[in-house]
Structures are given as C-alpha cells and as structure tokens.
Design a protein around this ligand. Structure first.
Ligand code: CA
Length: 460
C-alpha cells in the first residue's frame, strides 16, 4: 500500500504538471449505452487471456481496419470493451506481477524486467482462489524471474498459487518429441540461431519471415491447447486459467502458414517529429522505410496468429458448455510503440506504451458489444474478477472493482490512472466527461502546467 502522503504528493504533482501532449485521448462521446445484465447463471470460472506487448490500436475492435483479429473482435461483440484502460507499468514483469496481485508495482517489489517476484509479501489471485477450492493454472509466460534467486529456491521455486504451470520448457519437450514433415525449401525462415542480434531491424524480423514451424506445432497453439486441457480436466471444480501468450512480442513470431499475410508496403508508418529525434535510442536510428514497414508487418502477422489461438480457447469454452458461467478477459501486459516517436518498444511513458486493450465478457450477461470510457487500471482486474465470481475480497489488493461499470450501474470508475517505470518515470491519466488528459515525466523531462478549463499548457 502506498503511504497516503505519497499518493497526495503524486496527485499534487499531477495537478500542476499536466502535459497536453496527449489530448488526443479525448473521451468525448465514448460513453455508450450499456445493456443491463440479465445473468441467470452464477459466474464461476475465469479465463484471463494476456497478450505480450499488444498495442491497442492493432485490434479490429479498437478501430483498425487493416489487422485481422476476428476472435478478439468477437469477444468485444459479446462483451464490453474499455476505451480507457491503463497498465501500471510499461514493462512485462512489473505489469504482470502487479496484475496478479492487484497491487501497484512498487508494492509488489517488481519494478524492472528481471526483478524476481517476491513470494512472501505478495498474495496472488491464484493463491486466494486456491483457498476457495479452485483449480489454478498459468500457461505461457510468467516472467517470475525465479532464476535470479535460484540459490534461495533450492527446495523449489514458488508457484504463486498455481497448481499447473506450463512455460516454455514443456513446449520444448512437446516440440522435441515431434517428427514433423520437412518444411518447404522454397521459403526463407526466421532462425533465431542465425540472426545477427546487433542488427536490430533483422532481429525484429523486418524481412517478415515465418519461424521454421507449422501452426499445429507452434508455441502459441500449444499454449492454447494446454489451457483447453485444463478446462476439460477441471470437471465440476471451478477453474482460474491465466493464459499468457508470448505474442506479439519482438522478434514477432508466427508459423509457416502465416507467411505473406501482410504486405509491408501497405503498413501505416508514423512520422514522429523533430522533437523525437533528440530522444530516439541509437538502435532505432537509421532504419530504412522498408525496414520500418517490414517490422510493422511482422508485428501485425504475429498479432493475427495470436488471435487465431484466442479463437481456439473461445471455441472450447463454447464446446464445453462453459460460456454462461465463465468470465473471459482480454488484456495485454503493456502496449507498444510501432514507430510512434520513432521507436519500436515500450519502456516509456508515451501513451502507446500504457494505454491498453481491455475486453470483459462476463458470462452471457454482458453480450452487448458495448463500449465504456470509464477510466480503469490493471490493478482493478483482480478485485473485479473476485467481485464477479462472488469470491471473498483479498485484503492486500490496492485496486478496486469495476463490476458496477459492467452492470451499467455506474459510468465512471476512478479519477486517475497511474503508471510507473524506473525510479523517476511516471504517468497519470485523468478523464472528465469532456476529455482525458495525460501527464508524464519521462523522455524529455519536461514539466507542464495544464488547465483543464482552457486547455492551455505552459511547458518549462
Ligand atoms: Ca510485455
């Protein structure tokens, strides 16, 4: 829990340092008319589908006509889409462990990419639900970084409340046991062991090459099938499945069948500004336009591949007759800059790195395809899940439930969203009924005063 005086200081800083760079976050008109839920069956199971570095804007449900994400779009059509959801850290580990606990990154103790996830002071939603007789599974990427404290875990690494943990190791065993047919020789492949990592464009797959694997044998498909297996095996026992795909994280993985899906020449390419030139990391300078567009095409392709795997899971939920009593959430641990501000990364407080996709399908109740402009943070996810399935409150949680937004008994949720990175980078977002304003101290280090009434900013 953050000390009250720290929160007060943060709010004061927010009020006097608001920056108008991101006024295009306008909330005007985002509040849609939500349908009042008529949930007949009690919600019991939970499936959280978590992408890795999925930028909100590369989703059909968020208005992108070029990307093909029919399964995420289907979830949006059947649930409620949040237009103002923010992660609490623009980096994998910190955001993920914050989400699992419902605590801010400083409170979990995980602020950086390789910070291990401390077991003792943190209670995850999985630990909490296991006490409620849930079967709990985490499939895919955990980023707990237990290896960094390996000497402390001689008796075994903590499982953070998960009965089933399926990371890359089981996939490697699965893959090594295969006897796949030879791959076509008229196709070039992205072979990690042959990539020159000092060539950033090549490492990021600007050539838009498939990995040397078929879809059925690929990692994302394996993880989707493992999640389905847990659901099938759970029987009458309620389950909590945290399915964390590795896509569309660099270097933009996709299997053979996805080769040629997107033409780099048709990819949108942000221009950035001369102001950005001062802050662009060296490795992103001097890309050719062909390399930039190729990287974006590879990102789109990886996203479509992930979407296909999401469809496997949604179809299985229907096939198993679990749709009415299962909460499904779609989230990404952080966002991504696809050459906005002339870079390909997160690790910043630019809006694109922290403004997140969030879609919630609460059984059949929310089958409205509605949207909401309610401001929410990812620390709100855990308390909302617990609220929806009528589980006991978890005392250590710092977020708050937005169930009332899902039920259309409230249009707004919180006044400020807060995200941090390193020791001195933070961003806050505040939405009124007229617009959202974005405040940041990072990249340029500038401080701005901003008037919500006049829209005038004075930067120093
Ligand atoms: Ca990530």
């Amino acid at each position: 829990m953050l000390p009250g005086n720290v929160l007060l200081i943060m709010k004061i800083q927010f009020l006097w340092s608001m920056n108008n760079w991101m006024l295009n976050l306008a909330c005007v008109g985002l509040f849609s008319v939500l349908q009042i839920p008529l949930q007949a069956t009690a919600l019991k199971n939970v499936v959280v589908i978590l992408a890795d570095d999925h930028a909100l804007k590369v989703t059909g449900a968020y208005g992108n006509d070029l990307i093909r994400t029919p399964n995420i779009d289907r979830l949006a059509a059947e649930g409620i889409t949040f237009d103002q959801a923010f992660c609490n850290a623009p980096i994998c580990s910190a955001s993920r462990q914050s989400m699992l606990t419902g605590k801010y990154p400083h409170a979990t103790g995980v602020n950086l990419l390789f910070t291990p996830f401390p077991d003792g002071p943190n209670v995850t939603i999985a630990e909490h639900l296991r006490e409620q007789n849930y079967r709990t599974a985490i499939i895919g990427k955990t980023h707990w970084n237990n290896w960094a404290w390996s000497s402390l875990y001689k008796e075994g690494a903590p499982n953070h409340g998960f009965d089933t943990i399926v990371e890359r190791g089981p996939y490697s065993e699965f893959y090594n046991a295969l006897s796949p047919a030879p791959l076509p020789t008229n196709q070039a492949y992205y072979r990690r062991e042959e990539i020159d990592r000092t060539n950033t464009a090549e490492w990021m797959n600007w050539n838009v090459l498939p990995h040397p694997v078929r879809d059925a044998d690929s990692m994302g498909t394996f993880f989707a099938n493992e999640a389905i297996r847990v659901m099938e095996e759970s029987g009458e026992k309620p389950f909590f499945v945290w399915l964390a795909f590795a896509e569309p994280h660099a270097p933009f993985y996709f299997p053979l069948e996805y080769a040629g899906k997107y033409d780099p020449d048709t990819m949108p390419l942000p221009e950035g500004s001369s102001e950005d030139d001062r802050w662009v990391p060296a490795k992103y300078r001097n890309f050719t336009d062909a390399e930039k567009r190729g990287i974006i095409a590879a990102y789109y392709t990886s996203t479509e591949y992930m979407d296909k795997n999401i469809g496997l899971v949604l179809n299985a939920i229907d096939r198993l007759g679990l749709r009415e009593n299962t909460v499904v959430l779609y989230l990404s641990d952080n966002g991504y800059l696809l050459y906005e501000h002339k870079r390909f990364e997160k690790h910043t407080m630019w809006e694109e790195a922290i403004h997140q996709p969030m879609i919630v399908r609460a059984g059949i109740a929310s089958s409205s395809g509605a949207r909401t402009g309610a401001l929410v943070e990812y620390v709100d996810v855990v308390p909302t899940i617990l609220d929806l399935i009528d589980a006991p409150h978890l005392d250590s949680v710092q977020g708050s439930s937005f169930k009332a937004v899902l039920e259309n008994t409230r249009e707004e949720h919180r006044d400020i969203a807060f995200s941090t990175y390193l020791q001195d980078n933070f961003a806050m977002v505040s939405c009124s009924t007229r617009f959202c304003a974005y405040s940041s101290r990072s990249v340029s280090g500038r401080s701005c005063r901003f008037s919500k009434d006049t829209g005038i900013a004075i930067c120093f």
